[in-house]
Design a binder for this molecule. Structure first.
Ligand code: PMP
Length: 417
């Protein structure tokens, strides 16, 4: 509050100086004055980011992002990009050569996957059990695909039999599944789905934005054709870069298409050259990649490699179980009943009876500087989401989250019976 008052006072002082500025205007071609807010220092609060992402970034990754900018086409940058590719191959457990990081958030990877392997008029099957399937269905529809959906309420999952029936019926070129459904807190089973997609000559596209590094996923062994993730969840890099990998089946489809992909920026013929994946001697200018974002991503992938994937999976599971027990001890109900289907990175709590979820969240931000979030898309009004990912994943942070929730439950009014 004090900070706000001080800010108000500075703004008032700046406004007072306006007449002298107006006096100079007659000799200036500039008609819009510098905005008063821009003459104040940047203010960023320190918060516990215990929602579904972005999560807090460790000092080591922040420092990597703060290193000097180098040219995006300098040979040192190519080396860093090569390291990133290797880091992604490890994190995804894949030998795919066509592995890279998108210049953009998770949505960039989603669009890149769909735009490159699907041509207008082709059939796409999307499983929708939360917001991410909805998004991919819309992305595919916008580019002119024939979209079919398999739908469940948030928290639901699809059996292999249901998937096989839909593959046989719609004969899609692409099947989309979210591994870590962060809007519902569900970790979808993957085993056997890759084999089904091969049986029906379809590519399997998996979203692991919320699960990579937190829950077991093995791209090659599970026969996932295209896999993507985000930088800002268990990887703990700043938002804005998105690892993605295509196997040979996916490359065959996307490099033998009749039409050009609708996006120039996300066209894999260009991106594969930019990342040195197309075997050509020269890497040409396509776009200017987010250099600082790539430096930070490299560091976050290095941390995962040092820790080891299996350790990371185990650690997330242990902390999640500690959190789940603590939530139940507070009398709260977990939205996903089956423990084996719960996403270890993002836990969903059924909104406790009588409470306004927005008031609980606002209380925790105000009194604990701690972010949790509500639902997203179809899960809005159903859940509160707690994310403890990567750097944030510790029992001491789980205790902080539990203390904040317990305090909010004590102090927020219960409105309904
Ligand atoms: N998929 C999942 C499962 C996600 O949790 C998110 C982000 N919350 C996205 C995709 C989209 O990622 P971004 O916000 O980085 O575009």
């Amino acid at each position: 509050r004090k900070q706000h008052l001080a800010k108000g006072a500075v703004l008032a002082a700046l406004d007072l100086s306006l007449p002298s500025w107006t006096a100079q205007r007659s000799v200036s071609s500039v008609t819009i004055p510098p905005p008063a807010c821009m003459l104040l220092p940047l203010e960023v609060p320190n918060r516990y980011l215990f929602g579904p992402g972005p999560s807090n970034v460790p000092p080591r990754v922040l420092a990597a992002g703060g290193r000097p900018i180098i040219g995006h086409l300098h040979h040192e940058m190519y080396e860093i990009m090569n390291d990133i590719k290797k880091g992604i191959q490890y994190a995804f457990q894949t030998n795919n050569h066509m592995t890279l990081a998108m210049s953009g958030s998770g949505h960039a990877a989603m669009e890149c996957a769909v735009f490159n392997v699907v041509e207008p008029g082709e059939s796409v099957l999307v499983s929708v059990n939360g917001v991410w399937g909805e998004r991919v269905a819309e992305i595919a529809e916008r580019m002119g695909a024939k979209v079919h959906t398999l739908v469940k309420a948030p928290g639901g999952y699809f059996t292999n039999e249901e998937i096989e029936k839909a593959l046989a019926k719609h004969k899609p070129v692409l099947f989309f599944l979210t591994h870590g459904e962060s809007s519902a807190g569900l970790a979808h089973p993957i085993d056997g789905i890759g084999d089904l997609c091969r049986k029906y000559d379809c590519l399997l596209l998996v979203d692991s934005v919320a699960s990579l590094g937190a829950a077991p996923l093995l791209m090659d062994q599970q026969k996932i054709d295209i896999l993507y993730t985000g930088s800002q969840k268990a990887l703990n890099a700043p938002p804005g870069t998105a690892p993605i990998s295509f196997n040979d089946r996916a490359c065959h489809k996307m490099f033998n298409r009749k039409t050009k992909p609708v996006s120039y920026l996300f066209d894999m013929t260009h991106l594969s050259n930019y990342w040195g994946n197309d075997g050509k001697p020269a890497r040409d200018y396509h776009h200017t990649g987010p250099v600082s974002g790539f430096l930070a991503l490299r560091e976050s992938l290095a941390i995962l490699a040092e820790k080891g994937l299996e350790n990371s999976w185990r650690h997330h599971k242990e902390v999640a179980e500690y959190l789940w027990k603590g939530l139940e001890d507070l009398g709260l109900k977990l939205f996903i009943k089956d423990k084996d289907l719960r996403l270890p990175s993002v836990t969903t709590i059924t909104i406790p009876d009588g409470y306004e979820w927005k008031e609980l969240l606002a209380y925790m931000i105000k009194h604990h500087q701690l972010e949790m979030t509500g639902g997203l898309g179809p899960s809005i009004g159903m859940v509160i989401r707690v994310g403890l990912m990567g750097y944030n994943c510790s029992t001491s942070n789980a205790d902080k989250a539990l203390a904040a929730l317990s305090d909010a439950l004590k102090h927020c009014p219960k409105r309904k019976a």
